[in-house]
Design a protein around this ligand. Structure first.
Ligand SMILES: [Zn+2]
Length: 327
């Protein structure tokens, strides 16, 4: 049977590039790209992507299992679906990326990077998204699935792109049902895949960080059961499961820590977990002519990484935000 992940890892072009069952037809669009359309009318067009970072294996495996369930007929498709395995070359190498981080390149920012397989792939994925949503009247969604490298006090969270329109209530209901611990709202445009589909395709979109990555075949997929269930209900248009865990916490990005000097110092240990709480007055980072101390009673650190290149973001500082921030 057609297996998108096996084909992609083998770097093969399938002999059969389209097919159908009683419920759907599918079309292989290129490496790691599969469009699946229901035979019946649909009200939603959904992009599910994983592997923008090639070593984030668990969501890739989840997504492939979902595709296999659809193609075998054991799950019914009720939405038009584009499945994207983001960075096949990095997936084959078991690496986050080979040359540069693709998830900073979208929205045409690949032009700012040295030409590589990843800049070409980012451009190709932008075209695939644009073509998928072109002339599409159905409601548009994009969920970009990731796992994090470092530990996180709040292990599962979503990152919403900056946008001036309200966030989709349907998307928020799904994120709630997926048992995420937190949502983070960006305060400025960025080069992520999910930001691209929000800004350029008008999709309700979210980057999902679902736990820690392991090599292919070593993932405890049980850890991902809630997001798996939520995605299954989304593609089959079934009622969302009831949330069982604590209330979803909401944060917004208060400040991005931009590294402007080789003398940039971040006063956190290298293994500091995401969502570590910082108390008011703490000296967090400094570089010539600039220091940052925690301003609010509490702030939280996300993605601390002082090793980035000059001009890039060495971390984000979050503050907790009221639910009304979403609307
Ligand atoms: Zn990632």
């Amino acid at each position: 049977m057609f297996d998108l992940l096996a084909l992609t890892l083998a770097g093969q072009v399938p002999i059969e590039q389209q097919g159908e069952n009683a419920n759907l037809h599918w079309h292989w669009l290129g490496e790691g790209l599969l469009e699946i359309t229901p035979q019946q009318d649909y009200r939603q067009a959904v992009v599910l992507s994983a592997g923008i970072h090639g070593n984030e294996t668990a969501p890739i495996e989840l997504l492939n299992q979902l595709v296999n369930d659809l193609l075998s007929g054991s799950r019914t498709l009720a939405v038009r679906l584009l499945v994207v395995l983001g960075n096949p070359a990095a997936m084959r190498a078991g690496k986050r990326y080979l040359h540069s981080d693709m998830n900073r390149m979208f929205g045409g920012r690949y032009r700012d990077f040295d030409h590589s397989g990843e800049t070409a792939r980012a451009q190709q994925l932008e075209q695939a998204i644009a073509e998928f949503f072109a002339d599409e009247d159905a409601a548009r969604f994009h969920y970009d699935l990731h796992t994090a490298i470092r530990d996180s006090r709040l292990p599962r969270f979503g990152i919403l792109p900056f946008q001036t329109r309200p966030y989709s209530a349907e998307m928020l209901a799904l994120l709630d049902a997926a048992e995420l611990d937190a949502l983070v709202i960006h305060s400025a445009p960025g080069g992520t895949f999910s930001h691209f589909s929000s800004e350029h395709a008008g999709a309700a979109s979210c980057t999902l960080e679902l736990g820690k990555a392991r090599p292919f075949g070593s993932n405890d997929l049980q850890q991902f059961a809630a997001i798996n269930r939520a995605l299954q209900t989304a593609v089959s248009n079934e009622p969302l499961p009831q949330r069982a865990g604590d209330t979803l916490r909401l944060f917004r990005v208060e400040r991005s820590l931009i590294k402007r000097s080789e003398d940039f110092r971040l006063h956190l240990s290298d293994d500091t977990a995401n969502f570590t709480e910082l108390k008011q007055g703490t000296l967090l980072c400094e570089q010539p002519g600039e220091e940052y101390r925690v301003q609010h009673a509490s702030e939280w650190i996300l993605f601390p990484n002082p090793g980035v290149a000059l001009g890039l973001r060495a971390g984000m500082v979050l503050i907790e935000a009221p639910r009304s921030t979403l609307y």
